[in-house]
Design a protein around this ligand. Sequence first.
Ligand code: S3P
Length: 440
Amino acid sequence: MSLNRNTMTIQKLRPANSLIGTIHLPGDKSISHRAAILSAMAEGETRIENFAASQDCSSTLGCLSALGVQIDRRADSVVIDGLGKRGFRRPAALLDCGNSGTTMRLMAGMLAGQAFDSTLTGDDSLSRRPMGRVIEPLSLMGAQLVSSDGRAPLTIGRGGSLIGIEYTLPVASAQIKSCILLAGLNATGKTTVVEPVATRDHTERMLRWLGADVLATDHEGGCQISVSGDSKLSARNLSVPADISSGAFLMVAAACLPGSRVEMPKVGLNPSRRAILDVLTRSGADIEIGSETEECGEPVATIVIRGGLRDCEPLKVLRDGIIANLIDEIPILAVLGTQLKGGLEIRDAAELRVKESDRIRSVVMNLRKMGAHIEEFADGFRVEKSALHGTEVDSFADHRVGMAFAIAGLVADGETTILGAECADVSFPRFFETLESVVR
Ligand code: S3P
């Protein structure tokens, strides 16, 4: 049941026995952003099937449209008429990135190479998030950026004469890497990003799909990626894999509820995104992967998850390199941790503090309210196996927090109320309807 109070939606959850059914997840958010931006920079027309329905990806389409790109959106397909790498038009107004960090950081890279000035803005949450991390490398490439204390609004001064750089990422971030690679498409010579910890490589794969010259090599445990400013992008139709990060909420719910059987077709299983499957398997979940194939240079497969966590060696701590591979899954892993013998500790995840909310704080506050034993660290938390009790919790206007606590509500006793549940639309529109359709 949901109530609408002003614009804030309240969702109420009751304990569930199991989840049963087939779920067609929305298109992957990260891949959809890249598909839209890079097909807008390509020559020719691209048809993108299963484009993410998320508000975040609509923000990207809105910005592209304001830059003169012709976009025809019908149901879950989008047709984009590419303008070429430097063919965009000066926008008549501010470019609104909404809640989307990916939109703002990738757009900044693309706009740095355009011969006009533009300003990117966002909502309250996005305006608090750090943008110095893209300002620094883009400035080294010769772009002029103005911000207030490294936060949005972010003005990109008349660009167009960028030089290729070699840049080592100070934090593990696919958004910063992608920003630099997009700017590199309009820079002289070669642009190289060194990442001490490998992050999601959708930009590299999408660039290759559209014919660009990209070289990725292993580098001291991480990766080094180069793109040439001479790269040509040619339109090429594609279908976006289903979003494994959206699937994670349902996977954890199904794993925790004995008797469940949930099937999810065509889920993106990019090696830089699939650590959630390993963590679930190591936690005793029964996961089967079948019908493996490829879409737009990305591995995809059908995932079947059967309920019940088998008794196994406690997981203990997740830290170091694996964190980047499941950074968006940590709120739901916190909920999983309450159901695991030995609990779960997450470290080296200070980046969570600068997501759509301070996710360490949000998760600790909500789980404590539900009766869990949880300790907060600067870079993570440790949660013990705990019986959860239904109560009122807040989404903190953060989609992944709201959805994680909806799942907590299914495994808790009594009734759980989620305040601000509408934020699920940021990445998973119809999340609550989808959940309701499989809850038994
Ligand atoms: C994303 C990268 C990650 C992730 C975000 C999407 C992307 O952010 O948390 O949801 O599409 O590149 P960071 O690059 O800031 O780690």
